[in-house]
Each structure stands twice: as C-alpha cells, then as structure tokens.
Design a protein around this ligand. Structure first.
Ligand SMILES: [Zn+2]
Ligand SMILES: [Zn+2]
Length: 344
C-alpha cells in the first residue's frame, strides 16, 4: 500500500481530491479501510470557518481492518469495525473510564486537527476506541453509530420518566437520532419542529408523534394542541444564536432543557425566563465508549432502525460539490460517502 485518494481541505470552501500517502499505524493503532463515512454538521462549520486548515475531515465512519499496528490484539485483518473519532492517552482518569473525549491530550480524528479523518480510503484509529461491528451491522449502519451516540447521550441527559413529554427543536441528523432513541426508549409524546418538510416527514417515520413547521406555527402552539401544555423536556438540536432562548421559552416550569446544538458566535440570552421557571439546563458534548457499545447492541438486536436517516450516498469525487450544496438550505438527511468508490 502506498497511495490513496483523500478529500483534502485547504481552506475556507476549498476541498480537492488528491493522492496522498496511506498512513502507517503506530503502536496500538489500526489502519481502517473506510467503507462509509457520514457528513456531519460540524464538517460544514469547519469548511465555512476562516480557521480551516489543511486537513482531511470525516469523523463518522466504519470499515474493515486493513493493517494492525504493533501490539494490537483485540482485532484481526478484515474485521468490520467502527471507532470513536479520537485517540486518547489511555492512562488518564477519563480514558480509563471510557471517556477519551475529555482526555487532556486526546487527538481528534477528522476534525480539522492533526489527525486526518475518514474522507479518504484509509484512516488511522486507536485500538482502545474501536468496536467490532456485530453480525447484521454493516458499514452503512456502522457509520451511523457516531451520530446515534450523540443523540443517545442527549436523551440520557434529560432523565426522562414515564408520562413526561419531549419537544425536539431541529430535525437534522442529530435531532433525528434523538427521535430514534426517544421512540426506542419508550417516550410517549415526541413533538418535533423543523422548517424543512422532508425532515419533518423523516421525523414522523422515525417515531415523532407530532411535527410542525416553525416558520408557520409556533412550537408552543403545537405543544398546547398535542400535549395539552408545555413540554417537560426540550432537546435543542438547532445550534444557532437564539435557540437557547427558544428552548427555555418552550419548556414548562421546572422542566429540563438539553442544549445539543453548537455554534461559534456570541449569543445573548434572557436569564429571567429560565430563572422564573427554575429550569435545569444541561449541555451535551460528544459521547463515551459505552454509548457506542449500547448503540451497536441495539442495532444488532434490531431494536433501532436508523436507516431512513440516510437520504443520499455519494462517491469521494462528489464530496466537494456535496459540501457546497449542504451550505445552502436543503432537504438532505444524513449523507454517506463511499471513499473506496472514486466516482459513482
Ligand atoms: Zn459529527
Ligand atoms: Zn487520557
């Protein structure tokens, strides 16, 4: 193995398909042959930011073991695998508890950092952060484990109890992953707002009990109509200035709000609303190894089916144009890239 194709980001909105060297796995590392890699909202944030630097993005992926680095024991060649997109130190309290995202020296994979990501034919992953795909879970499902783990941690963070109602703001891939889990874990009422009709339809398909278009109907109105009152729980998956206030305005007194969306702008909020309502607000970042483990079990047992989330598959050479299309308002769900296929 010497060369491979990769989508290299050189700066703001400047991504080209190039031949680069196939990286060699170091101790405790695995060379993963990428079969599917998902495009994430954060890839779009990176590509639109002025700080975009030479990097290969792609942090939601699955594939097979192509080469084992020294000392790797848990996997063998051609195993189907997916990985947390990071390589922790393996020794700190966070790594030892399966939470390498909080390791102070963790090296992120495919997030505009030194470690190249999965918009390439091969990517290096860490053995500690890697999971075997169980029977019945192919690479297309394996590439959805990362966004599903994001949604799972958010649903965990609302501490739902039977009888409590949930509103999900935004039905992009993260909002849809939240809906998948809320349905699977038994939530009774799941209302979702999103301005894009195709996404509202996907939300209904994946388990939402009611949806609305916030550009025509206030979410609060939908909640009054469908739930009879304001929701106990609100999960915000919009990630734009103002969406924190929106979530707080919607929740009922004593309710719980999880902020899952991210943006890099300054945001002014009105403290009085969550103050008077005594809301419990939490923020949710990434996931731990156990969220991957649980997601893989639920997929293997057929207890969640996220496949409808995927609306498009593109080849590596189609990726730059696809990223440009995603920067405009669109009706895409999750898009999977097949890096082994240069052209469709
Ligand atoms: Zn992501
Ligand atoms: Zn560590």
């Amino acid at each position: 193995m010497s060369n491979m194709h990769a989508a290299v980001l050189h700066g703001r909105h400047h991504m080209t398909i190039e031949e680069v060297n196939v990286p060699a796995p170091g101790p405790g590392e695995i060379l993963l042959k990428v079969e599917r890699a998902g495009i994430c909202g954060s890839d779009l944030h990176i590509i639109e930011s002025d700080s975009a630097q030479a990097a290969v993005l792609g942090h939601e992926f699955a594939g097979t073991v192509a080469e084992l680095g020294p000392g790797v024991e848990r996997f063998k060649l051609n195993d189907g695998i997916c990985s947390l997109p990071m390589i922790g130190c393996g020794r700190c309290v966070h790594c030892l508890s399966g939470d390498p995202a909080h390791c102070p020296t963790t090296r992120m994979i495919g997030m505009n950092m030194p470690r190249n990501g999965a918009f390439a034919e091969y990517v290096i992953v860490g053995e500690k952060e890697t999971f075997l795909l169980p029977p019945g879970v192919d690479a297309a499902l394996g590439a959805l484990v990362e966004p599903l783990a994001v949604g799972l941690k958010m649903v965990e963070a609302v501490h739902w109890q039977p009888g409590e109602t949930l509103a999900v703001l935004g039905a992009g891939p993260v909002g849809l992953a939240v809906v998948v889990w809320a349905r699977a874990l038994g939530f009774g009422d799941i209302v979702v707002s999103d301005p894009v009709q195709a996404r509202r339809e996907l939300a209904l398909k994946l388990g939402a009990t009611a949806v609305c278009d916030p550009s025509c109907e206030e979410v609060a109105g939908l909640c009054d109509r469908e739930l009879g009152s304001a929701p106990h729980l609100v999960i915000e998956c919009i990630g734009r200035p103002g969406s924190l206030d929106l979530a707080c305005a919607l929740a009922r007194r004593g309710g719980r709000v999880v902020i899952g969306g991210l943006h890099m702008h300054e945001e002014s909020t009105r403290r009085i609303v969550p103050f008077l309502k005594e809301l419990k607000i939490s923020y949710c970042m990434m996931y731990e190894a156990r969220h991957f483990d649980y997601t893989l079990k639920m997929l293997a047992q057929g207890r969640i089916d996220p496949r409808p989330m995927v609306t498009h598959e593109v080849s590596l050479s189609e990726l730059p144009a696809t990223m440009a299309a995603l920067a405009q308002p669109n009706a895409f769900g999750k898009i999977l890239v097949t890096p082994g296929r240069l052209r469709s």
